[in-house]
Design a protein around this ligand. Structure first.
Ligand code: NAP
Ligand code: MG
Length: 406
């Protein structure tokens, strides 16, 4: 059998630590034997970021904009300890942050559901996709420690000469207090809204959005208004044709509704809500290692990755020559997501079919009871049905099932 052909290359962004080890295993065992894999390779591993002063990350993000589909391995975001460990000349910024700001998109995270790993919330039957606005708010805020009495003001000097000033608070106690100012851009909120509605049309799911507009009558209310306006003008007709709904409510109300729901919708979240709620959802659905993540830009470029990090603790065991039981599922699904999207864009049904089969083989492996440790620890299957596999054994078990499907 000949290998499955590709026409346009994928942007391949390699990464760090245990996920870099898995990356190579996935390629060698599950992809290269079957697909004539075309990629434009960018090594985002920390040593190469150091060597290029992080230019490689910028180049990779620009390549993703040019070629339209990228797949990324987890990468280290350096902190002080990493600067020492890797002898870095700078504490480089988060690669994901850099890529997000160049591609300007929204991050969609969805759990992979399998039999034997049951959500903690009994009513959840379908995945809940979190759409996290990846710009601004508290992540781009400025702060002041105002540890003395004084007056805090928020001032805006308009280009047209108008000055708007609001008193924030007058501190009277000797120990003062703390201050924070944050912003968002209408343009970014608009592209967030469009990304969510596009993704809904793409995946045929409803959109739920919530803020605290009753309290934040200007800031959060602007998010609500922009979503409503774009929905009315650009998406309402399409949604009605597809039988989809756009539902807006308050953030506390939506949390209660999400818990009572069956799942199967896109939950659009402001930046901070998305940060917090995506970890809650991942855990409640079973495991962070079963959470996929895709960055979608308003102009239709896609970057697929796993939601988890580089699994540092396992990597140190691997370096000591010990076998690890690290779950590669989310990384495999990053590849299948990217291959499927490439197939869709280039009209390559065989490539899309391969991606679907690899997903099927992966799910079947778990449902047959072959699991990495993280899943074996939480499965509802009886112990005698479960085979605890090392990373290598797990990938080999997937390969065996994939070959039967091909
Ligand atoms: P992590 O890599 O997500 O791992 C945290 C813990 O979760 C692991 O120690 C492991 O628990 C469990 N885990 C996560 N993924 C797993 C998998 N695939 N299979 C089995 N268990 C898994 O987070 P971290 O240790 O806090 O961060 C490590 C590095 O990743 C950091 O340098 C951080 O900057 C980076 N990071 C990158 C990204 C990204 O590139 N998207 C995202 C987050 C973090 P046990 O040890 O108990 O087995
Ligand atoms: Mg977080």
């Amino acid at each position: 059998m000949g290998k499955i052909q590709m026409s346009t290359p994928l942007v391949e962004m390699d990464g760090d630590e245990m996920t870099r080890v898995l990356w190579k295993m996935i390629k060698d065992e599950l992809l290269l034997p079957y697909v004539d894999l075309k990629t434009e390779y960018y090594d985002l591993g920390l040593p190469m970021r150091e060597k290029t002063h992080d230019q490689i990350t910028v180049d990779a993000a620009n390549a993703a904009k040019k070629l339209g589909v990228a797949v990324k391995c987890a990468t280290i975001t350096p902190n002080a300890a990493r600067v020492k460990e890797y002898n870095l000349s700078e504490m480089y910024k988060s690669p994901n942050g850099t890529i997000r700001s160049i591609m300007d998109g929204t991050v969609f995270r969805a759990p992979i559901l399998v039999k034997g790993i049951e959500p903690y919330v009994k009513s959840w039957k379908k995945p809940i996709t979190i759409a996290r606005h990846a710009y601004g708010d508290v992540y781009k805020s400025v702060e002041i420690k105002a540890f003395q009495p004084g007056v805090a003001k928020l001032v805006f000097e308009g280009k047209d000469g108008t000055v708007t000033e609001e008193k924030v608070f007058e501190f009277t106690e000797p120990e003062g207090g703390v201050l924070q100012a944050m912003h968002n851009r209408c343009r970014s909120i608009k592209s967030f809204a469009r990304s969510c509605f596009n993704y809904a049309v793409d995946t045929k799911q409803d959109v739920w959005f919530a803020t605290k507009d009753t309290i934040s009558k200007k800031y959060d209310h602007t998010f609500k208004d922009i979503f409503a306006d774009i929905y009315e003008k650009e998406y309402k007709a399409k949604f009605e044709e597809l039988g989809l709904t756009y539902f807006y409510t308050l953030i506390d109300d939506v949390v209660a509704r999400v818990i009572r729901s069956e799942g199967g919708f896109i939950w659009a979240c402001k930046n901070y809500d998305g940060d917090v709620m995506s970890d809650m959802l991942a855990t409640a659905f079973g495991s962070l290692a079963m959470m996929t993540s895709v960055l979608v830009s308003p102009d239709g470029n896609y970057e697929y990755e796993a939601a988890h990090g580089t699994v540092q603790r396992h990597y140190y065991q691997h370096l000591q020559g010990k076998k690890t039981s690290t779950n590669p599922v989310a990384t495999i699904f990053a590849w299948t997501g990217a291959l499927n999207k490439r197939g869709e864009k280039d009209n390559l049904p065989e490539l899309q079919a391969f991606a679907k089969k690899l997903e099927k083989a992966t799910i079947a492996t778990i449902e047959d009871g072959v699991m990495t440790k993280d899943l074996a620890n939480i499965t509802t299957f009886p112990a005698e049905k479960v085979t605890r596999a090392t990373s290598e054994e797990f990938i080999a078990a997937i390969k065996e099932r994939l070959e039967k499907l091909l």
